[in-house]
Design a protein around this ligand. Structure first.
Ligand code: MV4
Length: 452
């Protein structure tokens, strides 16, 4: 096992990684930008090194400085967290070539699953359900038009290098398809330096379902069941829960097992998430694989009792997974609300500034993953998420009741947060009944009842 790791991230995930390291008897080194010099998480680390100015391009994205910090501090491994360099295969390779273990997959496995075309082809081999569409990137527009005719409109054009909603075009007829292929190609070439696009059947109304998986370097791979991430706005998740409510057990078990088979086939070591859409009849279709730890991993930890971040560190050091599939089961229900410093009444405008009041909730089954404190000044340079409130209970109704109490207790000021919005959403019947689709929050926000 490592004795010291470097954390190439900030905020709540840096703190989460410090905690996991400490629990394994490992020292942690944080790198930080000048904007984060007073970041409360740095006090929990064993060492902290400033690597540059506030813009991420001058600090958290500077591979050279992160590697130098790892060298200076005699760190043995580097944890990228999420965002920044977490899904950058070049960074994973530089870490390895510089003699540091990357706490994540090999750059090869990352590239294989990060490319949506090669990932989909691998999924077809492992029985992971995918949308019908072109098997490979489109070379000939006429062939794509034929495929669209055979699967039927609407179809969606996606970038092989895309993700998170970038570089997509919906086409409802042949004219839109021809235009969509061209414009998606150009956007993808400009944004990712890779203009390859493919098409698949477009699903109008769906739930977002994702499977937590972890593999080790001994050929083992397990799933930690699923999460529902349907409550989102503009590709930003608001609420995540585990397990996914109302899903047929047999269908669920097939999908989660197919997700583990996919990463096993990729010789994948580390944590990953296999994302799916689920239609009205509970048919599943894979979207993409995220090759990192995700913001919403705590709901999985609450229902399985497994420390996902500690497991990431274990497998990166060469140890086998500490759990077998037959040891893993679902206990109760967990819900996470992302607490963002944003004003929902003003278009979710990010709120920077001093936190003068911070009274976190408590009680049975309540967990708060946050780096914020009274006196913490939120810098304007980074993501607006200042914490995650997670509740666990024996069933979904109890978890919702606990989340209502916790949100009522949770007082933050004077900066605006998404806490009151979450509280109202906990009383919204479609959420309570889990009769929702990926656009329901956006529709709800148009209603007067959603307003403060
Ligand atoms: C889709 C889709 C419908 N049909 N693919 C958006 C982000 C990227 N991960 C994939 N996305 C979608 N792919 C097919 N074939 C609808 C979306 C989508 C979406 C997916 C998950 C969560 C929120 C979403 C919001 C809009 C569109």
């Amino acid at each position: 096992m490592f004795s010291r790791i470097l954390i190439a991230n900030r905020g709540e995930i840096a703190l989460r990684i410090i905690r996991a390291a400490k629990s394994l008897g490992i020292e942690s080194v944080c790198v930080y930008s000048t904007a984060d010099a007073h970041g409360p998480w740095l006090q929990q680390a064993d060492q902290a090194i400033c690597i540059g100015d506030a813009p991420s391009a001058d600090s958290y994205l500077r591979i050279d400085r992160i590697i130098s910090a790892a060298e200076i501090t005699n760190s043995e491994a580097i944890h990228p967290g999420y965002g920044f360099l977490a899904e950058n295969a070049h960074f994973a390779e530089v870490c390895k070539d510089s003699g540091f273990a990357f706490i994540g997959p090999s750059s090869e496995a990352m590239a294989l699953l990060g490319d949506k075309v090669s990932c989909k082809n691998l999924a077809r081999k492992t029985g992971t359900p995918v949308f019908p569409g072109t098997d490979d990137a489109i070379e000939d527009t006429e062939e794509a038009v034929e495929v669209a005719q055979s699967i039927g409109y609407p179809v969606i054009v996606k970038a092989a290098a895309g993700g998170g909603g970038r570089g997509m075009r919906i086409a409802r007829d042949e004219t839109q398809l021809r235009e969509g292929i061209e414009s998606a190609r150009q956007e993808a070439a400009a944004a990712f330096g890779d203009g390859r696009v493919y098409i698949e059947k477009f699903l109008e109304q769906a739930r977002h379902f994702e499977v937590q998986v972890i593999g080790d370097s001994h050929g083992n791979a397990v799933h930690l069941f699923e999460r529902d991430c349907t409550s989102q706005r503009r590709h930003q998740k608001l609420i995540e829960e585990a397990p996914a409510p109302g899903v047929d057990r047999k269908k669920r078990d097939q999908v989660v097992e197919s997700a583990a088979a996919l990463i096993r086939r990729a010789n994948y070591s580390g944590a990953a998430t296999v994302e799916f859409l689920m239609d009205h009849d509970q048919n599943f279709f894979m979207l993409e694989v995220n090759t990192r730890v995700q913001v919403e991993h705590p709901v999985t930890e609450m229902i399985t009792g497994i420390d996902v971040v500690a497991e990431q560190i274990r497998v990166a050091s060469g140890e086998p997974l500490s759990v077998k599939q037959s040891d893993i089961s679902v206990n109760g229900h967990a819900i996470e609300c992302r607490i963002n410093a944003e004003d929902p009444d003003r278009g979710f405008m990010p709120q920077a500034g001093l936190i003068e009041d911070w009274r976190p909730p408590g009680g049975p089954g309540v967990r708060l993953d946050s780096h914020a404190t009274v006196g913490y000044r939120i810098p304007p340079n980074y993501d607006s998420m200042i914490g995650k409130l997670i509740v666990h209970g024996p069933d979904r109704a109890t978890a919702i009741a606990r989340m209502r109490c916790a949100l009522d207790e949770f007082t933050v000021g004077p900066i605006r947060t998404t806490i009151p919005l979450h509280r109202r959403l906990m009383d919204y019947q479609p959420f309570i009944d889990a009769r929702f689709d990926i656009h329901y929050v956006e529709r709800w926000l148009e209603e007067p009842a959603a307003q403060a």
